[in-house]
Design a protein around this ligand. Structure first.
Ligand SMILES: [Zn+2]
Length: 343
């Protein structure tokens, strides 16, 4: 089915909230990784979210351009075309955009959506993330409010972050951040609610942090406190009523236990970003292929190798298939199987 419009996306998020499941939001960097997601969602009979980071966009644009916005536009256009061939709903999202990249990444993407909307089409992306967590919360919300105003005019949802997701992702290193920054306080949650709800008709998702860390760590190294999310939700709904409950986003979930993941669904998480685990799933079969067929992929001792073994399509198909299986796993973990809204 075509990539969703604003109303369908809202229905997706509302459906997840009501039924306590979440959508995996999978990072893509290529057509192959997009295909793995689409097929996984279709086989799971689940709708899903496909997202592009600034690094992913830059990679997709090629070494000659290194243009994150251009790469993101190209990938999004591909997903718009490909999604039509699958029987589930897909939303397109962009991942962490830090303040320094708003002008070079978010603004051109919003401009692209504006062009499309003015021509009677849907926006290119259904949602964007602005990550102002490195700023003071006031400055973070000042920019978030301005972006939310722009997005709502185009039928785009904005994701914001307060508190810091630990670890390293896409070249942004929050290693060694003071521990209290890794947990969003109920006061911050109330502040985010009050600032963003001042934008009438704007819809947003909120990545509150609860000890979550990007990348993967050995069990026991990450102290997740999902109850932080509950405390924040209680603070907002206590003051503004049940409808004030946030649509929460879980970042840095790789390496979390199923119990921890499921617990967050009880507290209003409706989107969980998955990147590290699908990266590993993609690379794993390639490693096996190279190790098992080293004398085919290499020209050893004056031999000529084996074209069947070093043709990239051979091992990339295995990578796509294994990534697909990992996405299906995420759908299951997030209780999303069979939840597609259909047409
Ligand atoms: Zn993240």
């Amino acid at each position: 089915m075509p990539v969703v419009d604003y109303n369908k996306y809202c229905d997706m998020l509302d459906n997840a909230k009501k039924n306590k499941f979440a959508y995996p939001a999978i990072n893509i960097t290529s057509e192959i990784t997009a295909n793995a997601c689409l097929q996984a969602f279709a086989e799971s009979k689940s709708d899903g979210i496909i997202q592009v980071s600034t690094g992913g966009g830059q990679f997709a644009s090629g070494l000659g351009l290194k243009d994150a916005a251009f790469g993101a536009i190209a990938l999004a256009n591909y997903v718009h075309l490909a999604a039509e061939r699958y029987d589930i709903n897909v939303a397109l999202h962009t991942d962490h955009c830090h303040p320094a990249k708003v002008e070079s990444f978010l603004k051109p993407l919003i401009a692209e959506s504006k062009k499309r909307v003015e021509a009677g089409q849907k926006p290119l992306f259904n949602s964007h993330m602005f990550d102002g967590s490195e700023l003071s919360i006031e400055e973070n919300m000042n920019t978030s409010v301005e972006l939310l105003k722009e997005c709502k005019e185009l039928g785009i949802i904005l994701e914001v972050e307060a508190g810091v997701v630990g670890g390293e992702e896409d070249g942004v290193d929050n290693e060694g951040m003071p521990a209290e920054k890794l947990y969003t306080t109920p006061e911050d949650m109330l502040y985010v609610y009050e600032r963003l709800n001042s934008v009438e008709g704007g819809r947003y998702m909120f990545a509150a942090t609860f000890g979550n860390v990007h990348g993967v760590y050995k069990p026991g190294n990450v102290v997740l406190k999902p109850t932080i999310l509950k405390e924040g939700q209680d603070a907002v709904t206590g003051k503004y009523g049940a409808d004030a409950s946030f649509d929460l986003v879980f970042h840095g979930g790789s390496g979390s236990s199923l119990e921890e993941i499921r617990e967050t669904l009880e507290y209003g998480v409706i989107k969980m970003n998955v990147d590290t685990d699908t990266q590993y799933a993609f690379s794993r079969p390639i490693v096996e292929h190279m190790f098992k067929n080293y004398d085919g992929v290499l020209k050893v001792d004056g031999e000529v190798g084996n074209k069947k073994m070093y043709d990239p399509r051979g091992y990339l198909k295995k990578a796509e298939e294994n990534m697909k299986l990992r996405v299906i796993q995420s759908v299951k973990d997030l209780r999303g199987e069979g939840t597609t809204l259909g047409k």
